[in-house]
Design a protein around this ligand. Structure first.
Ligand SMILES: C[S@@+](CC[C@H](N)C(=O)[O-])C[C@H]1O[C@@H](n2cnc3c(N)ncnc32)[C@H](O)[C@@H]1O
Length: 349
C-alpha cells in the first residue's frame, strides 16, 4: 500500500482507521477487475468502511455489519456515496447469515472479518477502551449491556482472576484482582485511569517493560465485555452457512487467542482433524472448506513499517466447497468456562 493511499479516504478526508492487509484481503476474496458479475461480499466488521469501500471500488456488492451505533451513524454518508453498492446493517456478526437473509442479500461469494477494535473506538476517551486516556470505564462496542465498570465492581475475586489471567494472559492476575476488590470497597471504579493507575501501582513498572502494566487487564475486560471469542466462534459457523461453493472466508486477527479459534475452525472444517494414523477414523465428517497452501498471510514489510498495528495481524482464509454446512459445535474451540456475562449486575440495578 502506498503511503499516499492511507492518508485520505474516498471522500478525500482524513482516514479514521487505516485498514490492515487490505490488498491481501481483496486478493483472497478474488476481487479483481475481471469479475463479470459483481461478487456479493459480507463485511462483518464495517468500522470506518475501509474494506467495504475498497471492495465496492473493486466491483463488489457489499453488505456490511457493525455492532457499534457510532460506526453505523458515521457510515451513512458512505452508503449514500456508494449508490446502492453498499448496505450497512446494525447487528452482531455472529448472526451474519440471519442478517443477510433479513436483508434479502442471498448467498455470499465472500465473508470478511477484521477482528478487534477500530481506531475510532480506541481514540475516543468516552468509549473507555484506552488506559492512556481518561474516560468512563465502559468498553462496550454496542454501547449497551454490561460495562467494564460493572465487571470490576461486581465480579467475584476468583472469577476476576480467571478473566484477567485467561483473556488477558496476565501471569499476575490474582494480584490485580485482589487489588481491584480492595479498592472497590473504598470507592467503586468509574474511570479508565482509576483502573490503569491501580494496576500500575500493583504490578509496578520497570524501565525495560515494553507495554503498560494495564495492557493485559484492559485486553481481558474488553474481550469479556464484548464476548469477543464467542462472537468470533459463532460467526465462523454462520459464514459456513452463508457462503456459496467457491466462496471465500477471510479473517484478520490481532492476537493469539483469536487466531487460535480461526485456525481450529479451518482445521476442523477442512477435514484435517484425522487423529492418529494408527487408530481407525472416528467422527469422520465431510470437509466444508478447502485450505490453499497454508491459508495464512502476514502483513508485508512495507505495510508493517507504515502501520505498526499491522505487525501483529494474521490473515487466515479458506474456500467453501459444495458440501452442506455442518452443525455448529462450539466445543471445537475449547473456550474457557468463565462466569456468564449476563449474570453480572448492571450499574444501578
Ligand atoms: C478493526 S475494526 C474494522 C475496521 C474496518 N475493516 C475498516 O477497514 O474500517 C472492527 C469493527 O468491528 C466491529 N465489531 C467488533 N465485534 C463485532 C461483532 N461481534 N459484531 C459486529 N461488529 C463487530 C467493531 O465495532 C469495529 O467497528
Amino acid at each position: 500500500m502506498a503511503d499516499s493511499d492511507i492518508k485520505s479516504d474516498v471522500a478525500g478526508g482524513p482516514v479514521r482507521h487505516v485498514p490492515v492487509m487490505l490488498n491481501e484481503v481483496l486478493s483472497c476474496l478474488q476481487l479483481t477487475a475481471e469479475n463479470k458479475t459483481p461478487l456479493k461480499i459480507v463485511d462483518g466488521t464495517f468500522g470506518a468502511g475501509g474494506y467495504s469501500t475498497a471492495m465496492v471500488e473493486a466491483g463488489a456488492q457489499v453488505m456490511a455489519i457493525d455492532r457499534d451505533p457510532n460506526a453505523i451513524r458515521d457510515g451513512a454518508d458512505l452508503v449514500e456515496k456508494l449508490e446502492g453498492k453498499l448496505s450497512l446493517v446494525s447487528g452482531e456478526f455472529r448472526h451474519l447469515d440471519q442478517l443477510a437473509a433479513d436483508h434479502d442479500f442471498g448467498q455470499a461469494d465472500g465473508v470478511v472479518l477484521d477482528i478487534g477494535v477500530s481506531s475510532m473506538q480506541l481514540d475516543e476517551a468516552e468509549r473507555g477502551f484506552s488506559f492512556q486516556k481518561d474516560g468512563p470505564l465502559d468498553m462496550r462496542m454496542s454501547q449497551s449491556g454490561v460495562s467494564a465498570a460493572d465487571v470490576v465492581n461486581t465480579m467475584q475475586q476468583s472469577d476476576l482472576t480467571r478473566v484477567i489471567g485467561i483473556l488477558g494472559e496476565e501471569r499476575r492476575a490474582s494480584h490485580v484482582s485482589r487489588a481491584i476488590v480492595r479498592e472497590r470497597e473504598k470507592i467503586p471504579f468509574s474511570t479508565t485511569l482509576q483502573l490503569a493507575n491501580l494496576v500500575e501501582k500493583t504490578l509496578g513498572r520497570r524501565a525495560t517493560d515494553r507495554i503498560h502494566p494495564a495492557t493485559r487487564t484492559f485486553q481481558a475486560l474488553r474481550i469479556f465485555v464484548n464476548q469477543e471469542l464467542e462472537q468470533l466462534g459463532e460467526a465462523l459457523f454462520a459464514a459456513e452457512r452463508l457462503l456459496k461453493a467457491g466462496g471465500r472466508l477471510v479473517v484478520v486477527t490481532f492476537h493469539s487467542l483469536e487466531d487460535r479459534l480461526v485456525k481450529l475452525f479451518f482445521k476442523d472444517r477442512s477435514g484435517k482433524q484425522e487423529g492418529s494414523r494408527h487408530l481407525p477414523l472416528v467422527n469422520h465428517k465431510d470437509a466444508t472448506f478447502v485450505i490453499h497452501g497454508k491459508g495464512l498471510l502476514k502483513a508485508s514489510r512495507d505495510e508493517a513499517e507504515i502501520n505498526p498495528r499491522s505487525r501483529s495481524a494474521k490473515l487466515r482464509w479458506a474456500e467453501r466447497n459444495d458440501n452442506p454446512a455442518d452443525k455448529m459445535d462450539m466445543s471445537i474451540f475449547g473456550l474457557p468456562n468463565l462466569v456468564p456475562l449476563d449474570s453480572l449486575q448492571l450499574k444501578g440495578e
